[in-house]
Design a protein around this ligand. Structure first.
Ligand SMILES: [Zn+2]
Length: 295
């Protein structure tokens, strides 16, 4: 049985609570497990399942919570079910830490509109794996290190698949400085640029970012801008991945892409029963008025 660790619940805007979890390193098959997110108003429950069955997915965005009108603390836990045996286990319950101050909420709301509607382009992020099912092709458990390079099973990460399922997000990528030079061997210098995006999903160094024209970048560094200790924006340093590198074989299959900007359809149905203004909210966002706190 796997062990779920490190459940973190955060808010990057007033419309969502975002949770991220991990599993302890294992040689069990990741795909043998299905995850469910459960929510409660108290740490003792009662618990309600708010996600569909999640496969190889370690983040979830709950769009059914209304943080404007309610002083509720929402508690979450993750259930992992073994598909064959039906055995299951839970994470420790987690809840959101500090409530988001209004001022931070305004900035995040505006940033979100800016990137999704104006300056950002649709991209796909492959988060590099740092936990999960260990690669047995190249990982030497005795030496505790990878024993071949260019392993196609784990892309050198030591974890099967190398990357988590891609996540859709909007990124503003700045034009690349013209610094391409060939040396005497015909190699070109690494091409670097920078980019910006909103706070969710959190981007980490070594993640792979794919543009819609299939240009692929490796994230080298991430800096965050904060307002009252809430992350408002991420600034990324990117290095272009040469065409033909193994990262170009990472598949983008639309049915496998996590679209975290849109809440799970299940959430839409319960969302309308939570706050009466919620049903109209998408309209408010699309016409750009009112902002996030028209209470
Ligand atoms: Zn490997």
């Amino acid at each position: 049985m796997i062990t779920i660790t490190d459940l973190t619940v955060r808010s990057f805007d007033l419309d969502h609570l975002d949770m991220v979890w991990r599993i302890a390193d294992t040689y069990e098959e990741e795909l043998d497990y299905t995850f469910y997110v459960e929510r409660a108003g108290a740490p003792s429950g009662p618990w309600e399942t708010v996600s569909s069955g999640l496969k190889q997915q370690y983040l979830f965005r709950d769009g059914a919570v209304n943080q404007r009108k309610h002083n509720t603390t929402y508690y979450y836990r993750i259930k992992a079910v073994h598909n064959v045996s039906g055995e299951f286990t839970y994470s420790q319950p987690g809840h959101q830490g500090a409530k988001m101050p209004r001022e931070a909420a305004v900035m995040i709301y505006n940033e979100n509109i800016l990137f999704t509607k104006f300056t950002g382009m649709l991209c796909w992020l492959f988060p590099k794996k740092t936990f999960g099912q260990k690669c047995q092709v190249c990982y030497d458990p005795i030496l505790g290190r990878e024993n071949i390079s260019n392993c196609l099973t784990c892309f050198g990460s030591g974890y099967v698949g190398g990357y988590h399922r891609p996540v859709r997000l909007h990124v503003q990528i700045f034009p690349m400085a013209q610094q391409v030079q060939s040396d005497t061997f015909g190699n070109s210098e690494q091409q670097n640029t920078s980019a910006m995006c909103i706070a969710f999903p959190p981007v980490s160094p070594e993640d792979v970012l794919v543009e819609s024209d299939n240009t692929r970048w490796r994230v080298v560094r991430v800096e965050t801008s904060e307002r009252l200790r809430f992350t408002v924006r991420q600034t990324l340093s990117l290095a272009k991945i040469p065409i033909g590198d193994v990262e170009y074989s990472l598949p983008i299959e639309e049915e496998n892409v996590l679209n975290l900007a849109v809440a799970d359809p299940y959430n839409y149905s319960i969302r309308s029963s939570i706050g009466q203004d919620d049903a109209n909210h998408s309209q408010e966002v699309s016409d750009g008025h009112n902002g996030p706190f028209n209470t």
